[in-house]
Every structure is written in structure tokens, then in C-alpha cells.
Design a protein around this ligand. Structure first.
Ligand code: SPV
Ligand code: MG
Length: 312
């Protein structure tokens, strides 16, 4: 099996459209893998939301790392982590890359905004973009820091989000590619794919292009294929479906003051155990716990033996 970074690199460079599905903790990451997806988007929005905080760096970078580590441990497919603006300047990015590689995160995406960032769908046009050359320095610093040559650095262009036109988006993408980005994520909050398709038509095949169709959700996937985008990220649907389910279940149980009806609508407790791989622990216990343990504990010490506790 290729390393996770090599797997992500392969997805990014594959000739067909690939998909990353959002996850925000260990169990959602595992569910994404079991669904058949070949890669995970570690969404900043969803990870923040799962802790009940806003997507503007209220959650610290080490808390993101901690979450990413649980996600990485729970899965064997690659994770592209949403690293926002890199949580600081080039130096913070260098340390971030080092730590991400240590927990087997396959790549990171950084965006050309200012710390603390704001989610792209909140007052986007009032958001300030980073100086493109300062941002390019972060990309170069990341590429120079990574140990594994396959670790992927995705540069996210927020020009359209901030109200700029196609030429500014292209100018920035070119600078980021020059700095060493493995792919460009071109973001748009329009409800059609017009901006990203225009960008792709001008950009051509200079490097793989990644899109996040959250707002242009009704665009058929065939359009993304036709225009040869590299990856479509389904960025928040697992979190949103969890919210839908949790709200409905909590409200229903609150009204009913009983759980009988809910029982048919939720997974059994055994499904939680399966996802946690409880069986593996049972097998390990058979291997590593002394088989006579139970008996020993239940056997009373003979009169000649003094229990340790009495001597202490
Ligand atoms: C995220 O999932 O956190 C993203 C994508 O950055 S978006 O919310 O569309 O900005
Ligand atoms: Mg984000």
C-alpha cells in the first residue's frame, strides 16, 4: 500500500475527477472511508462546528492537529487537512508541516487570507486577501520543510470570494504555482459554476484544479468532469447530516420523554462498538492478558500468603 501522501498525490494528479468527503473527527472519518471515498477533507468549518465554535480560528492549531490525529489513526485513506491561512506566517507553516507529517496527514490546503480567517461564505467581499508574495513564501516554506516528497500543498485562491475578478485570481494562482503548490483550489460562493469554469478555461492544464461546490451544489458532476477538474470536495455534508439527525432525535426524545420509537431509527449500540473496532481489543485480550487472571483474582490467598496490600 502506498503511503497516504502518495495516495493523495495520485488522486490530485489522476486524469479523472476524484472526490474528497469532509470529516471532522475519528468516527466521521471512518464512516467516510467505509462509504468508499478514497480521500478525506479535514474541514475547518466542520471541525470547528463539531466543537461548537466559529470557523475563524477560535479553535487553535494544536486542537486541529489533535483532531486530525484521531482522524488519521482511524483511517487508511489520505487526509487533506484544511489549514486555513497556515495559522501564522511562513515560520508557523514550517512547524505545522512538520507536525502534520508526524501524524501521517497526506497534505494541507492553505488559503490566501489573513489570520484570523473567516469562513468564505460569511461577508466574503469584506475579507482581506494576503499579499500574494507573502503567501507564496508560506507555500515555498512548506515545500522546503516537508520530509516526504509526496506530501501535498494545495494553495487556495480566495479572489472570487473577496470580490475580485478572473485576472486577479489567475495572477495569484500563477504566483502560487511558481512557489511550488501541487494544486490550486479555486473557491467560489456563486450558486453556479460560472466562475470556476471560467477560471479553468483560462488556466488550462497548468496544474490540477480543486473545487468546493458547496454553493453551486446543483451543478451536475458531469460538468466538473467535462472541464477536467481534478478534485471536487464535498466539504460539509457529513456534518450537516449529523446536525439534521441530532436535532430530530433530540427533539423527538424530548417530546416523547421516552426512547422506544427512536430505537428503530438509530443504529444499535453494537454499531458503535463495530466502528470503534471493539473486536480487535477482544482478540488482543486473548493474546496478551494472562488466561489464569480471572481465577487468580478470585482465589483467596492461602493463610501462608499475605496479600500485598497488607504489607503496604
Ligand atoms: C471548510 O470546509 O472549512 C472550507 C470550505 O474551508 S468552505 O467552508 O467552503 O470555505
Ligand atoms: Mg475552511
Amino acid at each position: 500500500m502506498n503511503s497516504k501522501a502518495a495516495q493523495l498525490k495520485k488522486l490530485i494528479n489522476s486524469q479523472r475527477l476524484e472526490f474528497l468527503m469532509e470529516a471532522h473527527n475519528g468516527i466521521s472519518a471512518k464512516i467516510v472511508e467505509e462509504s468508499g471515498f478514497q480521500g478525506i477533507w479535514g474541514s475547518g468549518l466542520s471541525i470547528s462546528a463539531s466543537q461548537g465554535v466559529r470557523d475563524c480560528n477560535e479553535i487553535s492549531w494544536t486542537q486541529i492537529l489533535q483532531t486530525a490525529e484521531f482522524m488519521s489513526d482511524a483511517t487508511s485513506i489520505p487526509i487533506l487537512i484544511d489549514a486555513d491561512t497556515g495559522f501564522g506566517n511562513f515560520n508557523n507553516v514550517r512547524r505545522l508541516v512538520k507536525k502534520l507529517e508526524q501524524i501521517d496527514i497526506a497534505g494541507m490546503c492553505i488559503e490566501d487570507k489573513l489570520f484570523p480567517k473567516t469562513n468564505s461564505f460569511i461577508d466574503g467581499e469584506q475579507q482581506t486577501l494576503a499579499d500574494p508574495y507573502e503567501f507564496a513564501g508560506k507555500i515555498k516554506a512548506a515545500k522546503d520543510t516537508q520530509n516526504d516528497p509526496d506530501f501535498c500543498v494545495v494553495a487556495r485562491v480566495e479572489s472570487f470570494i473577496a470580490g475580485w475578478g478572473l485576472s486577479e485570481a489567475l495572477r495569484r494562482a500563477e504566483i502560487y504555482l511558481e512557489a511550488g503548490a501541487d494544486a490550486i483550489l479555486i473557491h467560489s460562493k456563486k450558486n453556479t459554476a460560472e466562475q470556476v469554469v471560467d477560471f479553468k478555461s483560462e488556466w488550462g492544464n497548468r496544474c490540477p484544479l480543486i473545487i468546493v461546490p458547496t454553493m453551486y451544489h446543483s451543478t451536475p458532476t458531469s460538468i466538473f468532469r467535462e472541464h477536467q477538474f481534478s478534485i471536487a470536495i464535498w466539504a460539509n455534508q457529513i456534518m450537516r447530516s449529523a446536525i439534521t439527525a441530532m436535532q430530530a432525535t433530540a427533539a423527538h426524545i424530548y417530546e416523547q420523554e421516552a426512547i422506544a420509537e427512536t430505537e428503530q431509527q438509530v443504529v444499535p449500540v453494537s454499531e458503535i462498538f463495530r466502528l470503534q473496532n471493539t473486536r480487535e481489543l477482544k482478540n488482543a485480550e486473548n493474546l496478551y492478558l494472562p488466561h489464569s487472571n480471572k481465577k487468580t483474582a478470585e482465589t483467596r490467598p492461602s493463610d501462608s500468603e499475605t496479600p500485598l496490600t497488607k504489607n503496604q
